[in-house]
Design a binder for this molecule. Structure first.
Ligand code: ADP
Ligand code: MG
Length: 470
């Protein structure tokens, strides 16, 4: 094995454009990388995961590799990319980092800048100044709609389909992995396809801050301001990130107002409603709730099942049985990202061993995910959270005191226990100081009634549920 740093060629290359001798040299270097990998991870793992890795291009100091399928990439990227990177550095001069992309469909990963992206995709009609890569897999067509997300979906569609601004901003919120980014990317694609002239900018709040700080450092805030104030649609993902970042908030507030004044559309996502964005100034919070606030709730069983069915449908080559799909939909309740991850893991396995799997193998392969999802909230956790929330003593959950100050929170805790744990009515009664099951029934009914007539009360329940991860 020889250690040779690639310095005799041009700094950037694309395999397709290289001369024959350059390709030969490149192959040699790549062979060295492969040999090192075999030594480090062993023949078997190399054959399973990395034998289909190929080299794609070197651009702006980034060395690109490709893999033929997303399933391989989903495994290889988290498990082997740092190894591939450290070995590549030995052979390729001055590379900043490596990137592994999926040939064909996963090209988005390469799209650090849109110039590259348009070369690589056939969506050449989409001219854009999108500041962060937009994932072509995230579109309205493959967003599965159910009760938990239909409002957010409808609002996003409305924004995408109309040049006129009906409400500003559209604020989407919900827990992680529930589809906020997917919906935002869908809007970006849709607008770009309908009206390519409109300038759509999508970026995370973190990137917004990074750009802003960079402009301050380079004493070039004017360019920054112009860049953001000349867009037609501005989308900022994960706004909660700017909590506590005062100057970024200030700048964002001004950008926001300038765009609203010009009647430009703004779409924001966050992990909680505007009113609960601690560390965000009041004036910005109230601005954020000005338009439409759409919550994406946790997916229910039907939606989880239909997401999995859609994925299986799109992947007919890999067979995952109906009962396995149902098991996943039943057990993996946390979020759609985890559900997808589990499904992909099974697909990767089927692809690798090239034979169908049964339910026991599926359970083994997913034991960590299934175990994590099995962990349900307990009555004790509910009692603790509720008493903290209403500022009463934990012991009052089981005490005989009947005054409203303690009785109402206790009823709330009983209601949450009944609706969110598998415990029966008598079991719950017992855990609340040995009360009768009819007391629990009464509590559940009372809370349901109050939720219907008292919005403030309903909000308390929602906040509590969220903080318990329900
Ligand atoms: P968030 O931004 O809310 O954390 P993402 O938009 O990144 O979540 O979604 C996580 C993953 O789940 C993505 O791969 C996305 O495509 C998928 N996903 C979420 N909701 C849906 C849905 N309703 N239909 C299809 N895929 C979904
Ligand atoms: Mg997201």
């Amino acid at each position: 094995m020889f250690f040779c740093v690639w310095e005799s060629f041009v700094e950037d290359f694309e395999v397709a454009k290289l001369k024959k001798e350059e390709i030969t040299h490149l192959k040699k270097l790549f062979f060295e990388v492969q040999s090192c990998l075999v030594q480090e991870i062993g023949q078997l793992a190399f054959k399973s995961w990395l034998s289909r890795l190929s080299i794609l291009k070197l651009k702006n100091g980034v060395l690109y590799f490709s893999l033929p399928s997303p399933f391989l990439a989903d495994w290889v990227i988290p498990h082997y990319s740092s190894k591939i990177e450290s070995i590549s550095r030995k052979f390729f001069k001055n590379i900043k980092k490596i990137k592994i992309v999926v040939d064909g469909s996963g090209i988005d990963a390469v799209s650090e800048d849109f110039a590259d992206f348009s070369k690589l995709t056939d969506k050449s009609n989409i001219k854009s100044s999108l500041l962060s890569p937009i994932d072509p897999r995230f579109n309205f067509k493959n967003f599965v709609v159910g009760k938990s997300n239909e409002f957010a979906f409808a609002a996003a569609k409305k924004v995408a389909e109309n040049n006129k601004v009906f409400f500003n901003p559209l604020y989407l919120f919900g827990g992680v992995g529930l589809g906020k980014t997917h919906l935002m990317h869908s809007v970006a694609w849709d607008i770009q396809e309908r009206t390519p002239k409109r300038k759509v900018v999508y970026l995370s709040a973190e990137k917004f801050m990074y750009e802003f700080v960079k402009s301050l450092r380079h004493k070039d805030t004017m360019t920054f301001k112009d860049k953001f104030r000349s867009v037609d649609v501005l989308m900022i993902d994960d706004i909660q990130f700017i909590a506590g970042k005062d100057s970024t908030q200030e700048e964002f507030f001004h950008t926001f107002n300038a765009l609203v004044d010009q009647n430009k559309q703004i779409i924001i996502s966050g992990d909680r409603p505007p009113s609960e964005l601690d560390g965000v100034e009041e004036r910005l919070r109230s601005r954020l709730s000005f338009g439409i606030v759409g919550e994406i709730h946790k997916a229910d069983y039907e939606l989880r099942l239909s997401i999995l069915k859609t994925k299986a449908e799109a992947n007919k080559k890999i067979k995952i049985g109906k009962e396995i799909i149902e098991l996943l939909a039943k057990k993996i309740t946390s979020n759609v990202r985890e559900l997808e991850g589990a499904f992909r893991r099974l697909c990767a396995h089927v692809e690798l061993v090239n034979s169908p799997i049964n339910i026991d193998i599926a359970k083994q392969l997913l034991h960590d995910i299934l175990r994590a999802n099995d962990r349900r909230v307990t009555v004790e956790e509910i009692q603790k959270k509720v008493s903290e929330y209403f500022n009463i003593k934990l012991s009052d959950m089981v005490s005989i005191r009947r005054s409203r100050v303690v009785a109402r929170p206790r009823q709330v805790a009983m209601y949450l226990s009944k609706t969110s744990t598998p415990k029966s009515l008598p079991e719950i009664g017992k855990l609340f100081g040995g009360r009768d099951h009819t007391t629990v029934i009464h509590a559940v009914k009372k809370v349901e009634q109050l939720c219907e007539i008292d919005i403030a009360f309903y909000e308390h329940i929602k906040v509590l549920k969220r903080s318990l991860g329900l």
